[in-house]
Unconditional design. Sequence first.
Length: 292
Amino acid sequence: MGARLADRYRLVHTLGRGGSAEVWCALCEVTGTHVAMKLHDEADDDEEGGADRALERFHLEARLAGLVANDSPHVVRVLDVGLERGVPFLVMERVNGRSLAQELDRCGVVPTERFAGLFAQVAEAVAALHDAGFVHGDLKPGNLLVHGGPAGALVKVADFGAALPIGRPAPDPDDRSTPAFVLGSPAYMSPEQLAGDALDERSDVWSLGVVAYEAVTGWPPFGAASVADLVTAIATRPHPPPSRRRASVPPGFDAWIERALDKAPAGRFASVRSMAEALGAALAASDLAPAT
């Protein structure tokens, strides 16, 4: 066992790292259960006040997760927020399973019918967040946690740390006062998010389109040798049709992806609910009923 924090959490082992935070598996000594604990790393801050901003974001993340959890079970619940010796921390439920990113690393692709079942659950959670007036801003395979229970696969959306009110411009990645964990992951960001424009539900539609493309084909829709080239590709270059990447992609998926990854927000699905419905219809037309 590792260090003891806040008089009740015992660090066990690291689970991952993103931006300026590290996530640990920890034992809550009060309940005897394992939890996931996000610790802010102040060493990564570019200027003073980073810990204060991190604590403020953790409080917002906790409020959003609690709000969305009232309408959807497909959200990683936040259990506690606090400060330990000047280090902000956030405690979440520990999901027994793996992320979609880990599943892709292990299997290469997700069968389309399985992905459709997972996608329906993700869409429910993200739609609840949109109903609350926020954009997630960092939807990617690493933030989709999959638990394979006896009733079938259950997926939960994690990490609301990059969430923004609908209509708010995306943070400027060149602004060094912006915490790294707020910026999101460029490969999954919409053209308007990369440009720093105002965001709405359709930015998350784009991100989920990228996730879907990668999950079903095993390839990202846009490849580049550098972040600068990636930004240019997302903004200006077409993506290869999924069926060109993988011949087993069912009919209708190409058109579904084409709409999800329209460069202009107006050309995309208006909501994640309509996006999920359209995916179900496309698969049904291909005689591939989505799994639940």
